[in-house]
Structure formats: structure tokens, C-alpha cells
Design a protein around this ligand. Structure first.
Ligand code: AMP
Ligand code: GLY
Length: 424
């Protein structure tokens, strides 16, 4: 099978890396990144449009296309491929509105009775200020459209809320005001075929730039995947109260959902509540998830694209995994580019995998070219060793101004050590 991976980030590198290990799968990427060239050809589409990707897939006789980021999905790449009879894993443009519009996502959650935070939508600052009176602090303010994880502000008082509204207006006129939910966050991703879903293991992202969940939000500074993040009963509950109702409701709207449905969850005292839907795999969750998948990935993607997941299964390695993102100087505000990157071979000699994201080759020198530069990923017999193995590899990498959190996975360690103490 020839598989085309659309995208150029760490998530896409991880998808290509996993696919390349599956029997009989040949990978091509568009556009890919310098880390992916060893896995298969990285090709430039004639244009970054659905038609451009289709032309490339036809020219290279691709059997299955997998879309990493949300933008091509929202632009309708799945619709274009399906109309041309090409197999592609992902939601249509209409179904991708679950991520493209937070308001649409909320309407689906309300319509499908999916547990979520109370909210109000506003179309002007004046309306938003008025709506704020119905909420207590802290309150959550969100821009409606795509904002690469940066369109959410938590305001602790009225002054902060008014400042946040001004800042969010720059991203667009529609703003959502949301009840603040308390609990532990989890990323829950399921592969869907329009009717049914199979769950991936749960993972946990680390959204802020600094240790201890301090500082501004980023696209994600690291993730870990450990079978204990959600209990089997919690996984069942999320499938029954979130994923299946969302699929049923999307079908009822006439826009069935296939591809990866990502529910950003808050595990509150009343159970799991949805913070957001994404219509793709998470980044950097994917790097840690795919490090643990041993088989069945390509077949399951083909099954989803063919509308029948009834026989699909993922084979999981039980060992927990961790991905630490190494980001450029100035990230997330204004990432600096052009810094030379050293030590990837040394890092990988420990057994870790270094997924590339914001990198480019400049006359044989690998340099930074974006905010999130690398995702160092490793597993271990338990979470503590997975963390140790990942940081052991990360320590061997250097580029000027690099930033990385040193507490990825620490929340899990703390939680489970407390549970053990309480239980003994
Ligand atoms: P989102 O893009 O909607 O997932 O929001 C980004 C981050 O903001 C989430 O991962 C949470 O940490 C935080 N957040 C969003 N909505 C809420 C909420 N209603 N209550 C508490 N935190 C939230
Ligand atoms: N890591 C969060 C996301 O991919 O949206």
C-alpha cells in the first residue's frame, strides 16, 4: 500500500514513522520535513489546495491519504478526494466544522446532550461584556475560529476579562464565554468511520510554555500516554456519552464524521466534560500515542476511509511513552528561526525517536524554522522510566535558545503515587 501523509509537523513525522514500519506500506509525504526523508519521498504538491494534493496522489498512484493538520480538512481535501474516488482518512469539510467553529461544536454538544461547560456566544465586545454578568470568575473566553491553540484566555476578574476580549477580537468578531471547569485534562482520540469508533489510548498534553502549567498557552509542549490516564470504565463512559452521541448527531445532520475525532476532556467530579473537539490527531499527543502502537495502524486507517471499522484493532505496547517538545527561542510569541540543531543522532542512539517539526536543511545544516522544533519521544517499563529515557535523549540535543519543559509526565507520577499512598 502506498500511503500519502499530508503535513510537515511532528505529528505527521510520527504518522509516517509508524506507517513505514507496517508490512507492505510505502510512505510518501507532502510536503514532509527533513526528518521524514528517510521514511519515503517528501514531495511538493503543485499547490497547497485540495486539487493540488489530489493531483499529487493521482500522479504517485497513492492508495490511501492521511491528513495531519486541520487546515486541509477545513479546506475540503476529503471532499475533493472522495469525489475523485480516492481513499482518504479524515472528515469532510462540513464535518470539520466541529473544530473550525467552536460555536458549531457547542451546538452539536448541546444537541447531542454531550456533557460540556455552560456557554454563551457573543458577536461584539459589548455583547460579550453584557454576557459576562451571567458568569462567575474565573471565566473562559474563546475566539470562535481556528487559532492554533492560542484563542483561549482564562480571566480571573473583570479587568482581565475586558483585556481578554480586546485581545480575542483581533482573531475575529465571534467570542464564546464559558464556565470554568476544574479537573484533570485528558486527550481522548477515536478513529471513526461515520457510524462507529475505536478508541486510542488516552493521553495528556501540556499546553503552557513553562513548568507547572505556567505561562501562555502553546500548541502543546509535551505529552504522555499511559494506560492509567483513564480507567476502562471512564473510557467506556466517554465512548457512550461523548464520541458515539457526536457521531450519531453528525449523521443526523447529514454530515457523518469519519477520521480522527479528538475530544479535549476535563475530568470533573461529575465525570468527563468536553472542552473542545478537534477533527484530527493531536500534536504532540500523536508522537507519544504512535510510539506505543505496534500494529494495525495502516489497516485501521484504510478501514475508516472505506467506512467499515467493524474489524479494526490497534495493537498497543503496554509501556507508557513520553514526548518532550523542544521549542525555539521566542516561542510562542515570536519564534526565532535559523539556529543550528545538533545532537539528534546522539539522542536517537539512546533508543528514543526524535520527531521533527520546525526544522529545515540549509546546505547540509539542520536549522530551526518554526516554534515547535522537535519532539523527543521514548517509552519505558513504567512512566518514571519513560520520563527518564525521554529526558536522557533530550539532554543530548542542542540549539541556541531552545526551550523545553522539564516536568512532562510529572502530573501523572504525582497522581498515581498519591493514589497508591491513599490506597495503602
Ligand atoms: P481549547 O482550545 O478549547 O481546548 O482550550 C485550550 C485550553 O484552555 C484547554 O486545554 C484548557 O486548559 C483550557 N480551557 C478551555 N476551556 C476551559 C474551560 N471551560 N474550563 C477550564 N479550562 C478550559
Ligand atoms: N495538542 C493539542 C492539539 O493538537 O490540538
Amino acid at each position: 500500500m502506498k500511503a500519502l501523509v499530508i503535513g510537515s509537523g511532528g505529528r505527521e513525522h510520527a504518522i509516517a514513522w509508524r506507517l513505514a514500519q507496517e508490512p507492505g506500506v510505502h510512505v510518501v509525504a507532502a510536503p514532509g520535513n527533513p526528518g521524514m526523508v528517510d521514511l519515503g519521498p517528501c514531495l511538493r504538491p503543485p499547490s497547497n489546495t485540495p486539487e493540488g494534493y489530489l493531483q499529487l496522489a493521482l500522479e504517485h498512484e497513492v492508495d490511501l491519504t492521511i491528513v495531519g493538520p486541520e487546515a486541509p480538512l477545513v479546506a475540503g481535501v476529503v471532499d475533493t478526494f472522495v469525489a475523485a474516488g480516492q481513499k482518504i482518512a479524515g472528515p469532510t469539510r462540513a464535518a470539520a466544522q466541529l473544530e473550525a467553529s467552536k460555536q458549531f461544536a457547542k451546538q452539536v454538544m448541546i444537541g447531542a446532550h454531550i456533557p460540556t461547560a455552560a456557554y454563551q456566544a457573543a458577536t461584539s465586545i459589548a455583547e460579550a461584556r453584557h454576557a459576562l454578568r451571567n458568569f462567575s470568575y474565573p471565566v473562559v473566553l474563546k475566539a470562535d475560529g481556528l487559532a492554533a491553540g492560542k484563542g483561549v484566555i482564562i480571566a480571573h476578574n473583570e479587568t482581565e476579562a475586558h483585556q481578554a476580549l480586546e485581545a480575542l477580537q483581533i482573531l475575529g468578531p465571534k467570542i464564546l464565554i464559558e464556565e470554568f471547569l476544574q479537573g484533570e485534562e485528558a486527550s481522548f482520540i477515536a478513529l471513526c468511520d461515520g457510524k462507529r469508533a475505536i478508541a486510542l489510548e488516552a493521553s495528556q498534553d501540556h499546553k503552557t510554555i513553562f513548568n507547572g502549567d505556567e505561562g501562555p498557552n502553546t500548541g502543546g509542549m509535551g505529552a504522555y500516554c499511559d494506560g492509567r490516564i483513564l480507567t476502562p470504565a471512564q473510557i467506556r463512559a466517554v465512548l457512550d456519552t461523548v464520541i458515539q452521541p457526536a457521531l450519531d448527531y453528525m449523521r443526523h445532520l447529514g454530515t457523518p464524521f469519519s477520521g480522527f475525532l479528538y475530544a479535549g476532556l476535563m475530568m470533573t467530579r461529575e465525570g468527563a466534560k468536553v472542552l473542545e473537539f478537534n477533527v484530527r490527531l493531536g500534536d504532540p499527543e500523536t508522537q507519544s500515542l504512535l510510539h506505543r502502537i505496534r500494529g494495525g495502524f495502516a489497516e485501521s486507517l484504510m478501514a475508516a476511509a472505506s467506512g467499515d471499522l467493524s474489524q479494526a484493532v490497534f495493537d498497543w505496547n503496554p509501556n507508557p511513552s513520553v514526548c518532550v517538545v523542544m521549542a525555539a527561542a521566542g516561542y510562542p510569541e515570536k519564534p526565532r528561526t535559523g539556529d543550528a540543531i545538533n545532537g539528534i543522532t546522539e539522542a536517537e542512539s539512546t533508543g528514543a525517536v526524535v520527531f521533527q517539526a520546525g526544522t529545515h536543511l540549509d546546505n547540509g545544516t539542520l536549522r530551526t524554522s518554526g516554534g515547535r522544533v522537535l519532539g523527543v519521544t521514548a517509552s519505558g517499563a513504567d512512566l518514571s522510566s519513560a520520563i527518564g529515557n525521554t529526558y536522557e535523549a533530550a539532554r543530548r540535543i542542542h540549539f541556541d535558545g531552545m526551550q523545553f519543559r522539564t516536568d512532562i509526565g510529572a502530573k501523572g507520577l504525582k497522581r498515581w503515587s498519591t493514589i497508591r499512598t491513599v490506597g495503602t
